[in-house]
Design a protein around this ligand. Structure first.
Ligand code: ATP
Ligand code: MG
Length: 409
């Protein structure tokens, strides 16, 4: 039998409905904030991610689905959205025409990670990118927009952490201080972190194995006056509008972040981040454009849905149309279509089965009523209308059937 690939999933109802709800909720909030949808391609040149996400990141080193196509192009199935957004921004010359842009995207991302709860090889991200605004107001705006989506959707018990990673002026000093501190403990670091130590020491703090034990002990970042003023203002703008904590251990796993970074977390498993983002003021330039500030985030749809937990809501009641005889099938089918035409949820059409089989189907799809058609009904142009909860039934003329069914639903 055909088999699903490990780490990938089929998502059926009602789970699939949660995704639609989250997407609709996000679209509503995006429109309030003036963000427009950008539909990105799933495949990009591999080089795009290597250069922007970063050569030393887990995503590029271990998790990317990369392949060569028949035209010998080195391609990758996107592991994240930001590099594609910036490529599209540059390639379509927004720089000249309208440098300030607010984009959102909704789409599946692909990473060859070890599958576990909350960690899949194909997962959905909803993301936002605010390009061209260096003001702390932009940082506060995207963070509050994310909060609006998450809380409107109904996710509970999450906390918001923010930090500043400084800029090219102040980060090198911190980097060195971290290297000095971590070198003393080099022997106790995991294999991965021993390599990270020189190349990208900030990432050690983000390590799922080693990170937590350094909390409260690592040297803290000394921001330059500009970065400090920026960070202070972001916090002032957020105050009273969202509960947050400043966490000096929050460093994020991607290369392109500067200044403000943030994470929304739920629960305490290692896959606890429901959404994350930050400023990336150097990325546009690194990708060949002019110096352009930007900030964005991405949320993991599966994790936001899990953070909301079970929800039950009343379903629209439905009707099931049953035909008792071959002669009645066409009329029964036409009734199904006119009920649907009137906005009534309608099941039925299993006309090759006997009455027992068709009623069983009505039960299975939780129909509230059955419309039953036999040869008598056909002759009298009246259908039997049965309340499946009480068993009560009455005859209704074909002419007024749709109207009458509408009344009780
Ligand atoms: P993590 O620390 O959990 O590996 P990350 O730092 O790799 O997350 P980002 O690249 O910032 O995550 O992606 C943003 C969000 O996408 C995450 O906060 C998370 O909610 C979600 N996400 C990331 N990887 C996965 C995955 N493999 N499966 C499901 N959701 C994911
Ligand atoms: Mg990851």
């Amino acid at each position: 039998m055909a088999k699903l690939v490990r780490g990938f999933r089929d998502i059926f109802e009602p789970q699939s409905q949660h995704f639609t709800e989250l997407e609709n909720c996000a679209r509503g909030v995006f429109s309030l904030y003036g963000f427009g949808e950008l539909r990105l391609p799933t495949v990009e040149l591999k080089e795009l991610f290597v250069k922007s996400t970063g050569e030393t990141t887990d995503i590029v080193q271990k998790e990317m689905y990369a392949f060569e196509d028949a035209g010998h192009r080195q391609l990758a199935i996107r592991p994240e959205g930001t590099p594609g957004v910036v490529r599209a921004y540059l390639e379509n010359n927004f720089v000249q025409a309208a440098p300030v842009q607010k984009f959102y995207y909704i789409g599946n991302m692909f990473r060859a990670e070890r599958p576990q709860a909350g960690r899949y090889r194909e997962f959905e991200q909803i993301g936002a990118e605010y390009i061209g605004n260096s003001a702390p107001a932009a940082d506060a705006e995207v963070i509050l927009m994310l909060k609006d989506i998450v809380s409107r959707f109904g996710a509970k018990n999450y906390c918001v952490k923010i930090n500043s990673l400084g800029c090219d002026k102040c980060r090198p000093l911190y980097r060195q201080a971290l290297i000095d501190f971590l070198s003393q403990e080099k022997d106790t670091l995991c294999e991965n972190c021993q390599t990270r130590l020189e190349k990208n020491p900030l990432r050690v703090l983000d390590c799922k194995i080693d990170g937590a034990r350094f909390a409260g002990r690592v040297p803290t970042m000394q921001l330059c006056p500009e970065c400090q003023a920026h960070f202070d203002e972001v916090q002032a703008l957020l105050k009273g509008k969202i509960d947050f904590v400043v966490d000096p251990m929050l460093v994020r796993g991607l290369d392109y972040y500067s200044r403000t970074v943030f994470e929304f977390q739920a629960g305490d498993a290692s896959q606890n981040a429901i959404a994350a983002g930050g400023r990336y003021d150097t990325l546009v330039k690194n990708m060949g454009g002019p110096a352009t500030p930007a900030i964005g985030w991405a949320m993991g749809a599966e994790r936001v849905i899990a953070a909301r937990g079970e929800v039950t809501r009343p379903q629209q009641k439905s009707v099931c149309v049953v035909s008792l005889d071959k002669q009645c099938n066409e009329t029964a089918f036409n009734i199904m279509q006119s009920l649907r035409g009137a906005g009534i949820r309608t099941e039925g059409g299993l006309f090759d089965k006997n009455i027992k089989g068709q009623m069983k189907q009505a039960d299975r799809c939780h129909a509230a009523y059955a419309v039953i058609l036999g040869t008598d009904e056909l002759a009298q142009r009246q259908a039997t209308f049965k309340d499946l909860a009480t068993g009560e039934q009455k005859k209704i003329s074909f002419d007024v059937l749709t109207q009458e069914v509408k009344k009780v639903l």
